[in-house]
Design a protein around this ligand. Structure first.
Ligand code: PBG
Length: 326
């Protein structure tokens, strides 16, 4: 078992040899494109902390979805930015509300050729920016929020979403959503549970992307970055409650969690390479400090290698284009 019998470099000699022996591969079908649509926009609006990402108009969102289909991207995760917000996030339930309408518009554009996913969470719709409604003390009220999530889920399923992505980290959210879907006849609408979602500083640019009003943080409902074992509990609970797929989020600072979840999950595992991860690489590349394409490809491959079956990344379409050409 020793030198010179073994020379690992033999398998690295040519691009063809490296390609043949690669343990992991990226494919466009594994990628999910998160996309933002803002109500009342006439032109796509750039998000300054996420260079290259925009808040879409209906037309530009439809074009982005059609392009994703062309490139073989697996899915699209939609986030809505409403014109009017209130304490209860009422606009999330309006069938004509920005997110429900976007789901319908994208469905009309691409049909079943792209898996259409909707964000089931209140933070984009509440004037206080929290993922749920508040009680008299200003604490996020878990069970009152669940009721609204159930109604949101039905509204999004009715609009044509194939998959719902509850991202609010309320206890019991998967069970309530599953039950609401079954009772409303949406038995084939799947749920991608944001199972192990951590309170993270790397969500920063997302706040700009959705014009978030949040003051304070989400530490009473999202997980603590110190915790590893607890991720397994969150995944087990979501599986019991009926999750069809589970997610770890963020990705790059949580690859140990992703590997743990991939090792125990009987359902497909997603990872979300979030806004701050995108921003860091774009900023370093813009300064000429790292090679942009190399860093993007390596970062997503690392997430795959850690155990993700699918990856939500703002580079989904661009990366799919590179994969197609090579
Ligand atoms: C909550 C939600 C957030 C993200 C996705 N869904 C924000 C948060 O939890 O604070 C962040 C995604 C990203 O940063 O790219 N609806």
């Amino acid at each position: 078992m020793s030198f010179p019998n073994h020379r690992p470099r033999r398998l690295r000699t040519t691009p063809a040899m490296r390609r043949l022996t690669a343990e992991n591969r990226l494919a466009p079908a594994d990628l999910i494109l998160p996309a933002f649509i803002r109500e009342g926009l006439t032109e796509p609006s750039p998000i300054s902390s996420m260079p290259g990402v925009v808040q879409h108009t209906t037309d530009s969102l439809k074009r982005a979805a059609a392009e994703a289909v062309e490139l073989g991207v697996g899915g699209i995760m939609l986030f809505g930015v409403p014109a009017v917000r209130d304490a209860q996030g009422t606009a999330s339930l309006d069938p004509e509300g920005v997110l429900n309408k976007a789901i319908r518009d994208v469905k009309a554009e691409v049909g079943d050729e792209l898996v259409i996913m909707g964000d089931v969470c209140l933070d984009e719709f509440t004037d206080h920016g929290h993922c749920g409604v508040l009680d008299a003390e200003g604490y996020v009220d878990n069970d009152a929020t669940l009721e609204i999530y159930g109604q949101m889920a039905v509204a999004q399923a009715e609009a044509g979403a194939h998959v719902l992505g509850p991202s609010g980290m309320m206890d019991g959210q998967i069970a309530v959503i599953r039950q609401a879907l079954e009772e409303s006849g949406h038995k084939n609408t799947a749920v991608l549970a944001y199972a192990a979602k951590y309170a993270s500083a790397f969500y920063g640019p997302f706040r700009e992307a959705v014009d978030s009003q949040l003051k304070g943080d989400r530490r009473t409902y999202q997980m603590d970055a110190a915790n590893r074992r607890e991720a397994i509990l969150e995944v087990e609970l979501d599986l019991e409650e009926g999750a069809d797929m589970v997610m770890v989020k963020p990705a790059m600072s949580y690859l140990d969690i992703l590997a743990d979840v991939a090792a125990m999950s009987p359902v497909p595992v997603s990872a979300y390479q979030i806004s701050g991860e995108y921003a860091m690489i774009e900023a370093a590349a813009a300064n000429g400090w790292i090679d942009r394409r190399g860093a993007i490809t390596e970062s997503v491959l690392g997430i795959k290698r850690a155990g993700a079956d699918t990856v939500l990344t703002y580079w989904a379409s661009e990366l799919a284009g590179w994969l197609k050409e090579s």
